[in-house]
Design a protein around this ligand. Structure first.
Ligand SMILES: *Cc1c(COP(=O)(O)O)cnc(C)c1O
Length: 412
């Protein structure tokens, strides 16, 4: 019936041969001129006032947002709010012209609270397994809504009647720095597979809705620049069955330098690849929705050493916070550079696991880290924690996670 959908290109042809398991705890290069080295004194004072705490540098967010906004072929970028919903981060990005990608009513509330007067056309609502009332609420607010399942349309046509929709497509295979961040393929709960788009279109027609855009987001920490151009081609081929489609949203997942265990993403190469894809499909607006890329490097987690311990050959440095503030190492085996900020210029003298106070063996922020002689009272810094740090924090063990503070811009 919909030959187009059955005949779409195999994911390997779309994405090339680069699908691979990236190292889960690789050791990225050190970054000597990173902002937090230059602002060490200010950071140590902040840690003395309160620990643990996340500190964000607005200048890094500004620089990254200018890079993203400089991607010529992209008509609109939407910041994935779940990476870091701090109100000052949202306001800064709003001023730089970004829109916002929200996945829950709470994120919608946060965005409109932080940015009063924001045009709802700059906001996407793209939940997963959401209740019908959440869609109805989003239509009420006037934001763009993305569905990724046929069932809500079939069961609650009244909610979607007369509305414009985006559809999230599962291109069949995910990509990213860890199995748990790949968001495509049958093992992932997201999206509608191309073979089901005919059924989806029938449900959309039945409900009296219109599909005006197609969307795909295949994972996080991606450093193959051809990924998003491949998604433009795939979505454009599927859009042939949806005559009202105006925009193709190729998702986020832009890899961050020195944090994804591989080489950094080359934005010029990304721009060039997207430019060619845009030239192949000039009838569509192209959208993107980076999260991590915009904020990861802007954030550090500061924590105080509470105790150190040795057990046979093992050594531990214990901090006043752990997986309750930063879940990524426990959840994904994510690697974050850790330094002793109090003794930044002293040479390494010990190898230790850096752990938190939570009652879980998995409460480790970094394995086998080289540190200078480290003592209780020292301040350690966990780098590249501006994305999915505070936003994933939790109160497990009833330990409050780190608070957050934004640095004032550096005096010129
Ligand atoms: C989380 C998410 C993003 C952002 O991913 P990053 O890896 O932070 O860039 C974009 N789109 C959707 C649908 C997401 O769920």
């Amino acid at each position: 019936m919909h030959a187009q959908f059955f005949g779409h290109r195999a994911p390997d042809a779309v994405f090339g041969p680069r699908w691979q398991e990236l190292v889960e705890d690789g050791t990225p290069e050190e970054t000597p001129d990173v902002w937090w080295r230059e602002r060490r004194e200010a950071l140590l004072r902040l840690a003395d006032d309160e620990s643990p705490r996340y500190v964000y540098d607005p200048e890094v967010v500004t620089a990254r947002s200018d890079e993203v906004q400089g991607l010529g072929p992209i008509d609109q970028s939407f910041y994935a709010v779940k990476a870091n919903p701090h109100p000052e981060v949202l306001r800064l990005l709003e001023r730089r012209g970004l829109g916002f990608e929200c996945v829950s009513p709470g994120e919608l509330d946060r965005v409109f609270e932080a940015c009063p007067g924001l045009d709802p056309a700059r906001v996407l609502f793209q939940p997963n397994f959401a209740a019908p009332a959440e869609y109805a609420d989003a239509f009420e607010r006037g934001v763009h809504v993305t569905v990724d399942n046929v069932q809500p349309l079939a069961e609650h046509p009244d909610v979607f009647a007369g509305e414009e929709l985006f559809v999230r497509v599962d291109p069949g295979q995910g990509e990213g720095h860890h199995r748990k961040v790949r968001t495509a393929g049958a093992q992932s709960k997201f999206g509608v597979v191309p073979d089901d788009l005919g059924r989806l279109r029938a449900a959309v027609d039945q409900a009296g809705a219109t599909v005006v855009g197609l969307h795909a987001h295949v994972g996080s920490g991606i450093t193959d620049e051809s990924t998003w151009a491949g998604l433009v081609d795939l979505l454009a081929s599927l859009a042939a069955e949806f005559p009202a489609v105006r925009a193709l949203n190729v998702g986020g997942g832009l890899g961050v330098p020195n944090a994804s265990g591989g080489r950094p993403l080359d934005l010029d190469a990304l721009d060039a690849a997207l430019g060619k894809a845009a030239a192949r499909h000039p009838q569509y607006d192209l959208w993107m929705e980076p999260g991590r890329y915009l904020v990861a490097e802007a954030g550090v987690l500061l924590a105080r050493v509470t105790q150190t311990k040795t057990k046979d050959a093992a050594a531990y440095v214990g901090l006043d916070t752990g997986m309750n503030s930063l879940l990524r190492p426990a959840l994904y085996g994510a690697h974050h550079e850790i330094v002793n900020l109090s003794r930044l210029d002293e040479p390494p003298a010990m190898t230790a696991d850096v752990v938190g106070p939570v009652c879980e063996t998995g409460d480790v922020l970094g394995h086998d880290r080289r540190l200078p002689p480290t003592e209780p009272g020292d301040t350690l810094l966990v780098a590249t924690t501006g994305a999915y740090g505070a936003s994933m924090s939790n109160r497990y063990n009833l330990r409050e996670p780190a608070s957050e503070v934004m640095l004032a811009p550096e005096p010129a």
